[in-house]
Design a protein around this ligand. Sequence first.
Ligand code: PHE
Length: 340
Amino acid sequence: MDFERALAGVESTFEQRLGAATRDADVAEIQVAFLGRSGELTLMRRAIGKLPPEERPAAGQRINAVAERMELRLASALETLRARGLDAALKQHVDATFPAAARRRGSIHPIRRTLQDVCDFFERRGYAVVLGPEVETEYHAFDALNIPPDHPAREGFDTFYLPGGLLLRPHTSPMQVRTMLAHQPPLALVVPGRCYRRDALDARHSFAFHQVEGLVVAEGITMAHLKGTMEAMCRELFGPQQRVRFRPSYFPFTEPSAEVDTTCPGCNGIGCRTCSGSGWLEIGGSGMVHPNVFREVGYDPSRVTGWAFGIGPERIAMVRHGIDDIREFVDNEPAFLEQF
Ligand code: PHE
Protein backbone atom coordinates (compact mmCIF):
# COMPACT_ATOMS: atom_id res chain seq x y z
CA MET A 1 0.00 0.00 0.00
CA ASP A 2 2.87 2.32 0.84
CA PHE A 3 4.45 1.42 -2.44
CA GLU A 4 1.32 2.24 -4.41
CA ARG A 5 1.02 5.63 -2.73
CA ALA A 6 4.69 6.44 -3.31
CA LEU A 7 4.40 5.54 -7.00
CA ALA A 8 1.28 7.69 -7.43
CA GLY A 9 3.09 10.54 -5.69
CA VAL A 10 6.04 10.26 -8.07
CA GLU A 11 3.76 10.31 -11.11
CA SER A 12 1.83 13.35 -9.94
CA THR A 13 5.06 15.27 -9.19
CA PHE A 14 6.17 14.34 -12.68
CA GLU A 15 2.96 15.75 -14.18
CA GLN A 16 3.31 18.97 -12.20
CA ARG A 17 6.84 19.57 -13.31
CA LEU A 18 6.06 18.73 -16.92
CA GLY A 19 3.13 21.14 -16.90
CA ALA A 20 5.49 23.93 -15.85
CA ALA A 21 8.12 23.13 -18.50
CA THR A 22 8.59 25.97 -21.02
CA ARG A 23 11.73 24.91 -22.86
CA ASP A 24 13.20 21.75 -24.38
CA ALA A 25 15.88 21.83 -21.67
CA ASP A 26 13.20 21.64 -18.93
CA VAL A 27 11.79 18.49 -20.50
CA ALA A 28 15.25 16.93 -20.73
CA GLU A 29 15.86 17.72 -17.08
CA ILE A 30 12.58 16.10 -16.04
CA GLN A 31 13.45 13.01 -18.04
CA VAL A 32 16.73 12.65 -16.14
CA ALA A 33 15.05 13.36 -12.79
CA PHE A 34 12.48 10.59 -13.20
CA LEU A 35 13.81 8.07 -15.69
CA GLY A 36 17.55 8.64 -15.40
CA ARG A 37 20.02 6.32 -13.73
CA SER A 38 19.39 7.79 -10.30
CA GLY A 39 15.92 9.11 -11.13
CA GLU A 40 12.81 8.66 -9.02
CA LEU A 41 11.50 5.61 -10.88
CA THR A 42 14.87 3.90 -10.79
CA LEU A 43 15.02 4.39 -7.06
CA MET A 44 11.57 2.84 -6.75
CA ARG A 45 12.72 -0.13 -8.80
CA ARG A 46 15.54 -0.65 -6.38
CA ALA A 47 13.06 -0.52 -3.49
CA ILE A 48 11.17 -3.53 -4.91
CA GLY A 49 13.62 -5.79 -3.11
CA LYS A 50 12.25 -4.63 0.23
CA LEU A 51 8.74 -5.80 -0.63
CA PRO A 52 7.48 -9.26 0.30
CA PRO A 53 8.41 -11.66 -2.51
CA GLU A 54 4.81 -12.25 -3.66
CA GLU A 55 4.22 -8.53 -4.24
CA ARG A 56 7.38 -7.97 -6.28
CA PRO A 57 6.19 -8.96 -9.81
CA ALA A 58 3.08 -6.79 -9.64
CA ALA A 59 5.12 -3.85 -8.32
CA GLY A 60 7.60 -4.24 -11.17
CA GLN A 61 4.78 -4.20 -13.74
CA ARG A 62 3.26 -1.07 -12.18
CA ILE A 63 6.58 0.76 -12.36
CA ASN A 64 7.06 -0.26 -15.99
CA ALA A 65 3.60 1.01 -16.85
CA VAL A 66 4.31 4.37 -15.21
CA ALA A 67 7.69 4.60 -16.99
CA GLU A 68 6.00 3.95 -20.33
CA ARG A 69 3.39 6.66 -19.71
CA MET A 70 6.15 9.09 -18.71
CA GLU A 71 8.06 8.47 -21.96
CA LEU A 72 4.96 9.20 -23.98
CA ARG A 73 4.17 12.34 -21.99
CA LEU A 74 7.74 13.61 -22.41
CA ALA A 75 7.63 13.12 -26.17
CA SER A 76 4.32 14.90 -26.58
CA ALA A 77 5.45 17.74 -24.30
CA LEU A 78 8.47 18.28 -26.57
CA GLU A 79 6.26 18.36 -29.61
CA THR A 80 3.88 20.87 -28.05
CA LEU A 81 6.78 23.12 -27.05
CA ARG A 82 8.21 23.05 -30.54
CA ALA A 83 4.91 23.93 -32.17
CA ARG A 84 4.39 26.74 -29.68
CA GLY A 85 7.91 28.05 -30.33
CA LEU A 86 7.38 28.12 -34.10
CA ASP A 87 4.10 29.97 -33.68
CA ALA A 88 5.76 32.56 -31.51
CA ALA A 89 8.64 33.01 -33.93
CA LEU A 90 6.26 33.45 -36.86
CA LYS A 91 4.14 35.95 -34.96
CA GLN A 92 7.22 37.95 -34.17
CA HIS A 93 8.62 38.09 -37.72
CA VAL A 94 5.77 37.64 -40.17
CA ASP A 95 2.59 39.58 -40.29
CA ALA A 96 0.73 37.71 -42.99
CA THR A 97 -1.92 40.43 -43.11
CA PHE A 98 0.54 43.23 -43.91
CA PRO A 99 -0.05 44.63 -47.43
CA ALA A 100 2.69 43.46 -49.85
CA ALA A 101 4.95 45.97 -51.61
CA ALA A 102 3.97 46.34 -55.26
CA ARG A 103 6.40 44.38 -57.44
CA ARG A 104 8.15 46.27 -60.19
CA ARG A 105 8.32 44.45 -63.48
CA GLY A 106 11.62 44.39 -65.28
CA SER A 107 11.85 44.76 -69.05
CA ILE A 108 14.34 44.11 -71.78
CA HIS A 109 16.57 47.08 -72.58
CA PRO A 110 15.67 48.64 -75.97
CA ILE A 111 19.21 48.08 -77.30
CA ARG A 112 19.16 44.43 -76.31
CA ARG A 113 15.72 44.04 -77.85
CA THR A 114 16.87 45.59 -81.12
CA LEU A 115 20.01 43.41 -81.24
CA GLN A 116 17.80 40.41 -80.59
CA ASP A 117 15.30 41.38 -83.31
CA VAL A 118 18.05 41.95 -85.89
CA CYS A 119 19.76 38.66 -85.02
CA ASP A 120 16.42 36.78 -85.08
CA PHE A 121 15.73 38.10 -88.56
CA PHE A 122 19.03 36.72 -89.84
CA GLU A 123 19.00 33.53 -87.81
CA ARG A 124 15.66 32.56 -89.36
CA ARG A 125 17.31 32.92 -92.76
CA GLY A 126 20.12 30.55 -91.87
CA TYR A 127 22.83 33.01 -90.87
CA ALA A 128 25.15 32.11 -88.02
CA VAL A 129 25.17 34.54 -85.10
CA VAL A 130 28.73 34.84 -83.77
CA LEU A 131 30.49 37.01 -81.20
CA GLY A 132 33.99 38.43 -81.29
CA PRO A 133 36.48 40.02 -78.87
CA GLU A 134 36.11 43.68 -77.89
CA VAL A 135 39.88 43.95 -77.44
CA GLU A 136 41.31 43.49 -80.91
CA THR A 137 44.62 43.55 -82.72
CA GLU A 138 45.53 46.25 -85.22
CA TYR A 139 45.87 43.49 -87.75
CA HIS A 140 42.24 42.32 -87.51
CA ALA A 141 40.77 45.79 -87.00
CA PHE A 142 42.73 47.58 -89.73
CA ASP A 143 45.56 45.90 -91.68
CA ALA A 144 43.60 42.88 -92.87
CA LEU A 145 40.68 45.17 -93.75
CA ASN A 146 42.78 46.96 -96.38
CA ILE A 147 43.58 49.88 -94.06
CA PRO A 148 47.42 50.13 -93.97
CA PRO A 149 49.08 52.03 -91.08
CA ASP A 150 49.44 55.31 -92.99
CA HIS A 151 45.89 55.22 -94.37
CA PRO A 152 43.86 58.33 -93.43
CA ALA A 153 40.80 56.14 -92.73
CA ARG A 154 42.55 54.91 -89.59
CA GLU A 155 42.28 58.40 -88.14
CA GLY A 156 38.56 58.45 -88.93
CA PHE A 157 37.96 55.64 -86.49
CA ASP A 158 39.21 57.62 -83.44
CA THR A 159 40.38 54.44 -81.82
CA PHE A 160 41.20 53.79 -78.17
CA TYR A 161 44.66 52.19 -78.28
CA LEU A 162 45.90 49.77 -75.65
CA PRO A 163 49.51 48.74 -74.96
CA GLY A 164 51.02 45.96 -77.07
CA GLY A 165 49.43 46.72 -80.45
CA LEU A 166 45.93 46.10 -79.08
CA LEU A 167 42.91 48.35 -79.25
CA LEU A 168 39.23 48.52 -78.33
CA ARG A 169 37.52 47.58 -81.56
CA PRO A 170 36.03 50.67 -83.24
CA HIS A 171 33.76 48.46 -85.38
CA THR A 172 32.65 44.83 -85.63
CA SER A 173 34.33 44.38 -89.04
CA PRO A 174 37.41 42.60 -87.57
CA MET A 175 35.08 39.62 -87.19
CA GLN A 176 34.87 39.44 -90.99
CA VAL A 177 38.58 38.73 -90.97
CA ARG A 178 38.51 36.28 -88.06
CA THR A 179 35.65 34.30 -89.58
CA MET A 180 37.14 34.12 -93.06
CA LEU A 181 40.54 33.10 -91.71
CA ALA A 182 38.90 30.23 -89.84
CA HIS A 183 36.30 29.07 -92.39
CA GLN A 184 35.98 28.47 -96.10
CA PRO A 185 33.13 29.96 -98.17
CA PRO A 186 30.17 29.85 -98.47
CA LEU A 187 29.53 31.96 -95.37
CA ALA A 188 26.57 33.87 -93.96
CA LEU A 189 26.83 35.39 -90.53
CA VAL A 190 25.94 38.33 -88.32
CA VAL A 191 27.99 39.66 -85.42
CA PRO A 192 26.26 41.73 -82.73
CA GLY A 193 28.54 43.50 -80.28
CA ARG A 194 29.86 46.55 -78.51
CA CYS A 195 32.33 48.96 -80.13
CA TYR A 196 34.34 51.92 -78.87
CA ARG A 197 35.50 55.23 -80.34
CA ARG A 198 37.02 58.37 -78.88
CA ASP A 199 33.92 60.37 -79.70
CA ALA A 200 32.74 63.24 -77.51
CA LEU A 201 29.45 62.33 -75.87
CA ASP A 202 26.41 64.15 -77.23
CA ALA A 203 22.81 63.38 -78.19
CA ARG A 204 23.93 61.26 -81.19
CA HIS A 205 27.40 59.99 -80.28
CA SER A 206 28.79 57.79 -77.58
CA PHE A 207 32.26 56.40 -76.92
CA ALA A 208 30.65 52.97 -76.41
CA PHE A 209 27.96 51.78 -78.78
CA HIS A 210 26.82 48.68 -80.63
CA GLN A 211 26.99 47.39 -84.17
CA VAL A 212 25.66 44.39 -85.98
CA GLU A 213 28.05 43.24 -88.69
CA GLY A 214 26.78 41.11 -91.55
CA LEU A 215 28.83 39.08 -94.02
CA VAL A 216 27.82 36.84 -96.89
CA VAL A 217 30.42 35.20 -99.15
CA ALA A 218 29.76 32.67 -101.89
CA GLU A 219 29.94 32.29 -105.65
CA GLY A 220 27.67 34.70 -107.50
CA ILE A 221 26.75 37.00 -104.61
CA THR A 222 25.77 40.48 -105.83
CA MET A 223 24.91 43.89 -104.42
CA ALA A 224 21.27 43.24 -105.33
CA HIS A 225 21.20 40.54 -102.63
CA LEU A 226 22.56 43.10 -100.19
CA LYS A 227 19.93 45.67 -100.98
CA GLY A 228 17.11 43.14 -100.91
CA THR A 229 18.34 41.87 -97.55
CA MET A 230 18.54 45.39 -96.10
CA GLU A 231 15.03 46.12 -97.34
CA ALA A 232 13.58 42.93 -95.84
CA MET A 233 15.34 43.67 -92.55
CA CYS A 234 14.01 47.24 -92.39
CA ARG A 235 10.48 46.05 -93.14
CA GLU A 236 10.70 43.60 -90.28
CA LEU A 237 12.13 46.19 -87.88
CA PHE A 238 10.05 49.24 -88.80
CA GLY A 239 7.04 48.09 -90.82
CA PRO A 240 5.98 46.79 -94.25
CA GLN A 241 5.98 50.20 -95.95
CA GLN A 242 9.74 50.74 -95.52
CA ARG A 243 11.95 51.54 -98.48
CA VAL A 244 15.74 51.45 -98.60
CA ARG A 245 18.16 53.56 -100.61
CA PHE A 246 21.89 53.20 -101.10
CA ARG A 247 24.06 56.32 -101.11
CA PRO A 248 27.55 56.02 -102.63
CA SER A 249 30.17 55.98 -99.91
CA TYR A 250 33.68 54.85 -99.14
CA PHE A 251 35.10 52.15 -96.89
CA PRO A 252 38.59 50.72 -97.52
CA PHE A 253 37.28 47.14 -97.06
CA THR A 254 34.36 47.36 -99.52
CA GLU A 255 34.16 48.37 -103.18
CA PRO A 256 31.71 49.67 -104.14
CA SER A 257 30.48 50.99 -100.81
CA ALA A 258 27.11 52.39 -99.81
CA GLU A 259 25.46 54.05 -96.86
CA VAL A 260 22.17 52.34 -96.08
CA ASP A 261 19.22 54.71 -95.61
CA THR A 262 15.65 53.74 -94.85
CA THR A 263 12.52 55.87 -95.04
CA CYS A 264 11.97 57.71 -91.78
CA PRO A 265 9.26 55.80 -89.93
CA GLY A 266 8.39 58.98 -88.03
CA CYS A 267 6.98 60.66 -91.16
CA ASN A 268 6.96 57.83 -93.72
CA GLY A 269 9.50 59.66 -95.84
CA ILE A 270 7.75 63.04 -95.97
CA GLY A 271 10.27 64.86 -93.77
CA CYS A 272 10.15 65.59 -90.05
CA ARG A 273 12.39 66.58 -87.15
CA THR A 274 13.75 63.05 -86.63
CA CYS A 275 15.11 62.91 -90.19
CA SER A 276 15.97 66.64 -90.32
CA GLY A 277 13.38 67.05 -93.06
CA SER A 278 15.03 64.63 -95.52
CA GLY A 279 12.56 61.74 -95.15
CA TRP A 280 15.50 59.32 -94.84
CA LEU A 281 17.49 57.88 -91.96
CA GLU A 282 20.95 56.39 -92.15
CA ILE A 283 21.23 53.05 -90.34
CA GLY A 284 24.70 51.87 -91.37
CA GLY A 285 27.39 51.25 -93.95
CA SER A 286 27.78 48.44 -96.45
CA GLY A 287 29.42 47.28 -99.65
CA MET A 288 30.95 44.49 -101.70
CA VAL A 289 33.91 42.89 -99.94
CA HIS A 290 37.15 44.35 -101.36
CA PRO A 291 39.31 41.84 -103.30
CA ASN A 292 42.30 42.79 -101.11
CA VAL A 293 40.40 41.56 -98.03
CA PHE A 294 39.66 38.26 -99.77
CA ARG A 295 43.31 37.90 -100.75
CA GLU A 296 44.45 38.62 -97.20
CA VAL A 297 42.35 35.76 -95.80
CA GLY A 298 43.29 33.37 -98.60
CA TYR A 299 40.04 33.52 -100.58
CA ASP A 300 40.15 33.71 -104.37
CA PRO A 301 38.40 36.96 -105.46
CA SER A 302 37.98 35.63 -108.98
CA ARG A 303 35.89 32.75 -107.64
CA VAL A 304 33.84 34.19 -104.76
CA THR A 305 32.16 37.52 -104.12
CA GLY A 306 30.50 38.81 -101.01
CA TRP A 307 29.00 41.73 -99.23
CA ALA A 308 29.15 43.13 -95.75
CA PHE A 309 27.25 45.65 -93.71
CA GLY A 310 27.58 47.28 -90.31
CA ILE A 311 24.44 48.76 -88.80
CA GLY A 312 23.86 50.74 -85.61
CA PRO A 313 21.31 49.33 -83.17
CA GLU A 314 21.32 52.57 -81.14
CA ARG A 315 20.18 54.42 -84.21
CA ILE A 316 17.53 51.81 -84.99
CA ALA A 317 16.23 51.74 -81.42
CA MET A 318 16.06 55.56 -81.33
CA VAL A 319 13.98 55.62 -84.47
CA ARG A 320 11.77 52.71 -83.43
CA HIS A 321 10.97 54.19 -80.04
CA GLY A 322 11.17 57.92 -80.79
CA ILE A 323 14.17 58.47 -78.51
CA ASP A 324 16.13 61.61 -79.38
CA ASP A 325 19.14 61.31 -77.08
CA ILE A 326 21.52 58.33 -77.21
CA ARG A 327 22.59 59.00 -73.60
CA GLU A 328 19.19 57.87 -72.35
CA PHE A 329 20.19 54.27 -73.12
CA VAL A 330 22.86 54.30 -70.43
CA ASP A 331 21.48 56.74 -67.87
CA ASN A 332 19.67 53.89 -66.08
CA GLU A 333 16.62 55.99 -65.31
CA PRO A 334 13.78 53.68 -64.21
CA ALA A 335 11.22 56.12 -65.65
CA PHE A 336 12.87 55.74 -69.08
CA LEU A 337 13.47 51.99 -68.93
CA GLU A 338 9.97 51.16 -67.70
CA GLN A 339 8.50 52.36 -70.98
CA PHE A 340 9.78 49.30 -72.81
N1 PHE B 1 32.72 48.98 -90.24
C1 PHE B 1 32.08 50.11 -90.84
C2 PHE B 1 31.97 51.22 -89.81
O1 PHE B 1 32.04 50.96 -88.66
C3 PHE B 1 30.71 49.76 -91.37
C4 PHE B 1 30.78 48.79 -92.51
C5 PHE B 1 30.73 47.43 -92.26
C6 PHE B 1 30.89 49.20 -93.81
C7 PHE B 1 30.75 46.51 -93.28
C8 PHE B 1 30.95 48.29 -94.86
C9 PHE B 1 30.88 46.97 -94.58
O2 PHE B 1 31.78 52.37 -90.15
